[in-house]
Write a protein that binds this ligand. Structure first.
Ligand SMILES: [Zn+2]
Ligand SMILES: [Zn+2]
Ligand SMILES: [Zn+2]
Length: 86
């Protein structure tokens, strides 16, 4: 059992700031899916992508919660607690 996640409590989600993974664009790499940080709106690529920039954003910046910005997807995820919110 995971501990309950409190990262979504009272959250006002930030709007995504990009429609691409800008770090991958800079590297000339491709990504699989895009995720957006709910705290600052930074866009990064998913764990199935080579560079995992969404996860690195959590590791480097400490923002644990993301949402999918793939068309038709609205689920959210907390890296720290490994909790999916729908
Ligand atoms: Zn959490
Ligand atoms: Zn990336
Ligand atoms: Zn962030």
């Amino acid at each position: 059992m995971n501990a309950p996640c409190e990262h979504f409590v009272g959250l006002v989600p930030a709007e995504p700031t990009a429609t691409v993974c800008e770090q991958c664009v800079e590297l000339g790499d491709r990504w699989v899916h895009l995720r957006a940080c709910l705290i600052c709106g930074a866009v990064g690529c998913c764990d199935a992508s080579k560079n995992r920039h969404a996860r690195k954003h959590w590791e480097n910046i400490g923002h644990p919660i993301i949402r999918s910005i793939e068309p038709g997807e609205t689920w959210k995820f907390c890296f720290e607690d490994m909790v999916v919110e729908r």
